[in-house]
Write a protein that binds this ligand. Structure first.
Ligand code: DQQ
Length: 547
């Protein structure tokens, strides 16, 4: 993510150091204790206008990274980091949701919980799912930021993170609800001898012939990201080979959540059309490159999402598609998150493809179209710099907008969403021609003072932006998904920006067009109301998450 000043010029945010991060973790823990409130009743959470209607999230409390997506017996399984308090330093569990169409999700409750006395006793962190010899298997990291002994170990430069395996209790169960940790756990207890790493977590796996390969996110202080490569025949006995990849100096990409400043969290390695691709959480980055002797040489790359998404994770589905998820975090104060009783949302599933110019294509999976209702076509028209704020008879906070805008002689043009009639609250999604940047401008998205700051770098209102080279004659093609406080934008099939907005006024529903510095032209535009995927903003099943 790049953070920008409101004039669209990228500012240069300062990376937080590891020491600052650990201190921030301790402070957050203390504030969690102060702020910890009982989970609000489900009916109150279901009535929360900020809570999305078609993005996945648990019934209450905290959600972060997507974990272990896989498809099994006709169903998509998606796990996520869950904490039973609204805090990123809370003890982590794996929450679990299932879907037969990638759109309608049912929360199934907790799939993995810390085992007292076990290597994950303080938390089940991020990991992956594979099917080995017909047995769904999870591989993840056991760790915490908050338990005193682990914090003391980190302060001494030790890495209290271990890799753990759990297998399906019943491979025939289409819900895959029960998982058993294997007696050999942890399958890996310490990072490679002699390496001074700052973290060692978030395993991701693939298979070449009969051999499993696993990459673990890591890094060295002052140097940066490392993806460490291990191999195994049975997912139990692992041998360290060498780094799969070592970060090249990076160009100002910032972690949207400020974790792992010196490391690559959540590496994900796969092949698209036979070509190797490495993803890392930092900046939702992807790298193309070469792969030989099990070493990946980082070549050109890009960013899949420029916004409030983090901890990207993919799977290949039975149709052979590479499907991407990210955690869309909150952008308001911790107090506001605790008061709401929930925090964190899963992105829509995004389909990654390899484009002919070697970059990645990024689009929502077409399954999402099943939610479309009430279609409205907007006639083509001029977009004047001082034109009307709104398009008449058009509004929505559970909607999809598809628009093609010719920039013509404008400097910036795009869409206005979640706007009041007088524009005192409004969010702009647009394109800046000179800087060739796609942007999401939430400077005026809310009058709530709790949205001025947030716990993560880049949180609070402002402009998020990132490079988008439009190959043909300045036509901006937007697909904007508005879902209460979530605005998820896809542009020209190439990039996305996920953002969060919390308008105060219930009337902040208007949809409009804008241009600056000249007149742009709307070629075509369609707006659909989208059907919610549940009747109660996905608050069913809260008791399955009690710990
Ligand atoms: N979140 C997990 C870690 C991962 C981080 C803990 C990324 O495994 O590195 O919740 O957001």
């Amino acid at each position: 993510m790049e953070n920008s000043a409101p004039n669209g010029q990228p500012s240069s945010p300062r990376e937080i150091t590891r020491r600052e991060f650990i201190a921030a973790g301790a402070a957050a823990l203390a504030s969690t204790k102060m702020l910890k409130a009982d989970t609000p009743p489900s009916n109150r959470i279901a009535a929360d206008r900020n809570r999305p209607q078609y993005h996945l999230l648990p019934p209450a409390n905290w959600m972060n990274d997507p974990n272990g997506p896989f498809q099994w017996k006709g169903r998509y399984h998606l796990f996520y980091q869950y904490a039973p308090v609204v805090s990123n330093t809370g003890t982590k569990y794996w929450g679990h949701a299932v879907s037969s169409d990638l759109v309608h999700w049912k929360n199934l409750g907790i799939a993995l919980a810390p085992s007292p006395g076990g290597p994950d006793k303080n938390g089940c962190w991020t990991g992956s799912a594979v099917v080995a010899n017909g047995i769904p298997t999870l591989v993840y990291t056991g760790a915490t930021w908050s338990e005193e002994s682990e914090r003391a170990a980190r302060a001494k430069g030790l890495i209290p993170e271990r890799q753990i395996v759990a297998v399906s209790a019943n491979p025939e169960d289409p819900d895959q609800k029960r998982w058993i940790k294997i007696p050999q756990d942890p399958v890996l207890a310490v990072p490679p001898a002699g390496m001074k790493v700052v973290g060692w977590r978030d395993p991701s796996l693939w298979k070449e012939r009969d051999i499993w390969y696993m990459v673990i996110g890591s890094g060295e202080a002052g140097i940066g990201g490392l993806a460490l490569l291990y191999t195994s025949k049975d997912l139990r006995n692992w041998t360290y080979l060498h780094p799969l990849a070592v970060a090249k100096p990076e160009s100002g990409k910032q972690n949207s959540v400020g974790f792992g400043a010196d490391m690559w969290e959540c590496p994900d390695f796969f092949f698209l059309d036979g070509r190797p691709v490495l993803l890392v959480a930092r900046g939702n980055s992807y790298f193309r490159g070469t792969y030989s002797d099990h070493r990946f040489q980082q070549g050109v790359g890009g960013q899949i999402d420029y916004g409030a998404a983090y901890a990207q994770k993919t799977m290949e589905d039975e149709k052979g598609r590479r499907i991407w998820w990210g955690w869309i975090h909150e952008k308001r104060s911790m107090q506001a998150q605790v008061a709401a009783g929930w925090a964190g949302v899963m992105s829509l599933p995004k389909h990654l493809t390899l484009l002919s110019d070697g970059t990645l294509g990024v689009e929502p999976v077409p399954e999402v179209n099943v939610l479309r209702r009430g279609r409205k076509e907007i006639p083509n028209q001029e977009i004047l710099p001082n034109g009307a704020l709104f398009l008449k008879d058009l509004e929505g906070d559970c909607a999809e907008i598809e628009a093609e805008i010719e920039l013509r002689d404008s400097q910036q043009a795009g869409l206005r969403v979640r706007s009041t009639a007088d524009g005192t609250e409004q969010t702009l999604i647009g394109y800046d021609r000179d800087s060739q940047m796609l942007f999401s401008d939430t400077t005026n998205s809310s009058r709530d003072p709790e949205t001025a700051t947030g716990p993560f770098p880049g949180a609070g209102r402002g402009v998020q932006s990132g490079s988008l080279k439009i190959p043909k004659a300045d036509v901006l093609r937007l697909r904007v998904y508005v879902d209460a406080s979530v605005i998820e934008t896809f542009a020209n099939g190439r990039v996305s920006i996920s953002d969060r907005v919390y308008p105060v006024s219930p009337a902040s529903l208007g949809i409009g067009l804008f241009s600056r510095g000249g007149t742009a032209h709307l070629r075509r535009m369609t707006v659909w109301q989208l059907a919610p995927i549940s009747t109660n903003r996905l608050t069913s099943g809260a008791k399955l998450y009690r710990v």
